[in-house]
Design a protein around this ligand. Structure first.
Ligand code: BES
Ligand code: ZN
Length: 482
């Protein structure tokens, strides 16, 4: 008996393993015929402003969970439930076909990032619009669109063949964009329903248009918030200036002390202590990828040149080196004209991307210590450490990676390359550490999709290909792991 199969709902009868590529045309035909509806349905989900970071949108995050749960039932999942956490709710559903088949755990998220600056959007973020074959909306590709690919892949199998070739469990969380703070407790609540042979996650992108890829590494994340306080009220800069420490200036010095502008290295003591460097083979692999510096600068919003840590390439700086970034800074007068004050306080949000084997709590503490040590006389700094996620590397030789490679190769007409990504999906490491499950990252986003930015979009040809990749993947996993 396969691990964890006892006591689960069985539905339907397992089909014999598909003969794969030859058989996939039925799925492809179904997907092609129904693609316009797939787009319309995704648009309905994207209308819900499920911004997890904003407490004012808590009811919308719940609404998006409920909407997704209803669509999951329609697609053919059973045991579908909106699962409560101490934060935003998740959605669980499954289709357990036979204990003789491999079990796949699909993970994704239905929450989205905030939308500011609103005036930079061509069409409003929650009024989805298709222009030139691209669907523009917050969450279009990160991650509602890619979650929806999974529902439609299940639907395609059930409507064409009557049953899935694997057991599928789906867990779609509502707090990924705010650090998955309740994810570990969610996983223990659902432990008996999360037993699986592998996790499949579509919350990443491919290397470049026309260069399909599978991701086998993600950076971790940690952060701090610093508040610098001086006088208890804003002061006249003429009356008091010269004799009072300025909190904005103090903060600027503190932040500047964290990084060496010449070498690009983070100066926080201990920051690099636990970093595992990539092997020469990995470095050679990255160097052989068709990376275009010019294309990257364009995707990065037209920057004049790239910068970063000395001795590492652009890809290495983004994938295998840790970083420290200032995400936001505030303080003082920012209205029209001038206001001659010494502001009472100033603040900043800082985050660090981490690589194996850095630990979020240790790095956050090291940054906090460095900030406290750099605080000039005459002001007080309060540093708050924020929740983080661990970096993760997944095995490139896992049978599910082989299966995904074949599925993607068949749909994109080209073998995928193996890459890492600089973004973070903390649940991947939780699955590895807590459940002992490896993940395969099969995302189809593009580097210019503007995730977390105004005008986020999902190319609808990639959406269509994504559904087909995932539909084929279930056949390939049945073959490879059955
Ligand atoms: N989908 C992204 C992660 C991602 C982006 C992976 C691009 C690979 C390439 C995910 O939704 C995300 O944005 N995660 C957050 C996690 C954080 C809040 C803990 C991130 O990376 O900032
Ligand atoms: Zn995101």
């Amino acid at each position: 008996m396969r691990a964890g199969f006892a006591g689960v709902l069985m539905c339907g009868v397992a089909l014999p393993p598909a003969t794969l590529t030859g058989m996939a045309h039925d799925l492809d035909d179904y997907c092609t015929a129904h693609q316009p509806r797939f787009v319309e349905e995704l648009i309905e989900l994207l209308r819900i402003p499920s911004i997890s970071a904003d407490p004012a949108h808590a009811a919308d995050v719940r609404r998006s969970a409920e909407h997704l749960a209803a669509r999951a039932r329609e697609a053919g999942l059973t045991g579908v439930e909106v699962v409560e956490t101490d934060g935003h709710p998740a959605v669980y559903g499954e289709r357990m076909v036979s204990e003789s088949l491999p079990t796949v755990l699909v993970y994704g998220h239905h929450d989205v990032q905030p939308v500011d600056p609103l005036d930079a959007w061509v069409s409003p973020p929650f009024s989805p619009e298709v222009r030139d074959g691209r669907l523009y909306a917050r969450g279009a590709v990160d991650d509602k669109g890619q979650v929806y690919m999974h529902l439609k892949a299940v639907e395609a199998h059930l409507r064409t063949r009557g049953e899935l070739p694997v057991n599928v469990r789906m867990l779609i969380e509502g707090e990924e964009e705010v650090g998955s703070a309740h994810f570990e407790s969610l996983v223990s609540t659902l432990a008996d329903r999360l037993v699986a042979d592998v996790a499949v996650i579509s919350d990443t992108g491919i290397f470049a248009r026309g260069v399909p890829s599978l991701t086998v590494g993600l950076r971790g994340l940690t952060g701090v918030e610093v508040e610098v306080r001086g006088p208890s009220l804003d002061l006249h800069s003429g009356v008091f200036g010269g004799a009072v420490q300025n909190p904005v200036e103090a903060l600027a010095r503190m932040l500047a002390s964290l990084k060496d502008p010449e070498s690009g290295r983070v100066l926080v003591p201990g920051f690099y202590d636990d970093v595992v460097e990539p092997t020469e083979t990995e470095r050679a692999g990255y160097a052989s990828l068709p990376f275009s510096e010019e294309g990257f600068r364009r995707d990065a919003g037209g920057i004049p040149e790239t910068v970063g840590e000395e001795g590492w390439t652009v890809l290495e700086r983004r994938w295998v080196r840790p970083t420290l970034e200032i995400n936001g800074i505030w303080g003082g007068y920012q209205g029209p004209g001038s206001k001659t004050i010494i502001p009472a306080h100033a603040g900043a949000k800082i985050s660090c991307r981490l690589v194996p084997a850095q630990r979020p709590a240790l790095i956050a503490e090291a940054v906090a210590t460095a900030l406290r040590a750099a605080t000039p006389r005459g002001v007080v700094a309060e540093v708050t450490v924020k929740h983080g996620g661990n970096p993760v590397v997944t095995p490139a030789d896992h049978p599910a990676v082989t299966a995904a490679s074949r599925a993607m190769g068949a749909v994109f007409g080209k073998e995928p390359v193996i890459i890492r990504e600089g973004g973070s999906i903390p649940p991947v490491e939780v699955f590895q550490r807590v459940l002992g499950i490896q993940s395969v990252l099969v995302g189809v986003g593009l580097p210019d999709d503007h995730i977390h930015a105004p005008n986020e979009k999902f190319d609808m040809d990639h959406y269509a290909m994504g559904v087909r990749v995932l539909a084929r993947l279930w056949d390939e996993i049945a073959e490879e792991m059955g």
